[in-house]
Design a protein around this ligand. Structure first.
Ligand code: NDP
Ligand code: MG
Length: 381
């Protein structure tokens, strides 16, 4: 029996993780955390019977306690709850499927207790990769990628000598606005931005895909996960999302991982690595597919990727500013307070105003996040 805890169980990755648990009776859920979706977490607790549960607010936890009065479950609100779940004695692996920088502290807590991490939350590595990867190595903990691109790279280097990698090639669908000009992007609506061509995901990452910020976050995530220089990471637009990413080796050979766009595969691979388990679902039919295509990303129109590369090269606290500014700007866009192109304008302004802190610790990372939020709030709220 493999015991798992899931942070963000009510979200897109969280619910798909539970689909895998349903299909694999040797997985047992011991802890679940979500933000505010009481209805769904109540159902999940009744079905999976975890020992520990958390929702963001005390009020939500009180309501959940009343609803679950007939169940033997402990419920702890907020960060205290997330950390308690991360540190649970019985859990072996934690799936971090929570959205945003709130994932940092619980991830560190879980690593300190020797739990392996199935990592979906990319904001953690983007902002604190230098701390997380070092700590994981010290504690002998595996960071198993869930993001499809990183899982593809992870699958492609399985059994290979990592010193022989010459390049990581991260594929990008290009999002719903691929091929559009900045003029055409001026007035695109929230509804248009939420229509991802290939993947069904949470709203924040769907917007990040439409700005190409998501690909920028993935480049930074790959740099930490695979200990790779930025100039050896290339982004290639591949609109069909069949090749999930590739690795080029020193002899010119390229390994790629292909599959239908379905996040359950990378989640399941992380949970059972290095084993593969059977999985239902659509298979790639090459006759039906006919062809796949590739393009260079348009970084002049989609400034999100260019700004991410600038933040990654600057290093230190700059990726935190990039990430925090994006989180806030996306939230404003989701609430229809700003227009699409303002997302990257806000990120750029925050980055221009920031004085880099080299090698920031967790407190400085979180302080930088707050400062960035405040800078944006002053102007827009
Ligand atoms: P969703 O928005 O669908 O889900 C987010 C989850 O986090 C929900 O369970 C939500 O709870 C919970 N949550 C939000 N705020 C808090 C909080 N303050 N305390 C506790 N829980 C909270 O996101 P996704 O599943 O799409 O993405 C999760 C992470 O995985 C992101 O970092 C994303 O970048 C990454 N990722 C996602 C992919 C995908 O296919 N979806 C692919 C690759 C990476 P509630 O619903 O109750 O508010
Ligand atoms: Mg991805």
């Amino acid at each position: 029996m493999k015991k798992i805890a899931i942070l963000g169980s009510t979200g897109s990755i969280g619910t798909q993780t539970l689909d895998i648990v349903r299909d694999n009776p040797d997985l047992e859920v011991v802890g679940l955390a979500a933000g505010s979706n009481i209805e769904l977490i109540e159902k999940q607790v009744r079905e999976f019977k975890p020992r520990l549960v958390s929702l963001q607010s005390e009020k939500a936890c009180e309501e959940l306690k009343i609803r679950l009065a007939d169940m033997d479950v402990e419920i702890i609100p907020g960060m205290e709850g997330l950390i308690a779940i991360a540190e649970m004695e019985e859990s072996e692996i934690m799936v971090t499927a929570i959205v945003g920088m709130i994932g940092i502290r619980p991830t560190i807590a879980a690593i300190n207790k020797g739990k392996d991490i199935a990592l979906a939350n990319k904001e953690t590595l983007v902002t604190a990769g230098h701390i997380i990867m070092k700590l994981a190595a010290e504690k002998g903990v595996s960071i198993l990628p869930v993001d499809s691109e990183h899982s593809a790279i992870f699958q492609s280097i399985h059994g290979e000598n990592k010193d022989r990698i010459s390049k990581l090639i991260i594929t990008a669908s290009g999002g719903p606005f691929r091929g559009k000009s900045r003029e055409e992007l001026k007035n695109v609506s929230l509804e248009d931005a939420l229509k991802h061509p290939n993947w069904s995901m949470g709203s924040k990452i769907t917007i990040d895909s439409s700005t190409l910020v998501n690909k920028g976050l993935e480049v930074m995530e790959a740099k930490w996960l695979f200990d790779m220089d930025l100039d050896k990471i290339q982004v290639v637009v591949h609109p069909q999302s069949i090749i999930h990413s590739m690795v080029e080796f020193v002899d010119g050979g390229i390994m790629a991982q292909l599959g239908a766009p379905d996040m359950r595969l990378p989640i399941q691979y992380a949970l059972f690595y290095p084993d593969r388990r059977p999985m239902s679902g659509k298979r790639v039919d090459f006759y039906e597919l006919g062809s796949i295509t590739f393009e260079k990303p348009d970084m002049d129109t989609f400034k999100g990727l260019r700004l991410a590369m600038r933040a990654a090269k600057a290093g230190g606290s700059m990726p935190t500013v990039f990430n925090a500014a994006n989180e806030k700007a996306v939230s404003l866009f989701l609430n229809k307070k700003i227009r699409f192109l303002e997302i990257t304008e806000i990120i750029e302004r925050c980055m221009d105003a920031h004085k880099i802190i080299e090698n920031p610790d967790i407190d400085s990372i979180l302080a930088t996040e707050q400062e960035t939020y405040e800078m944006i709030s002053k102007k827009y709220m």
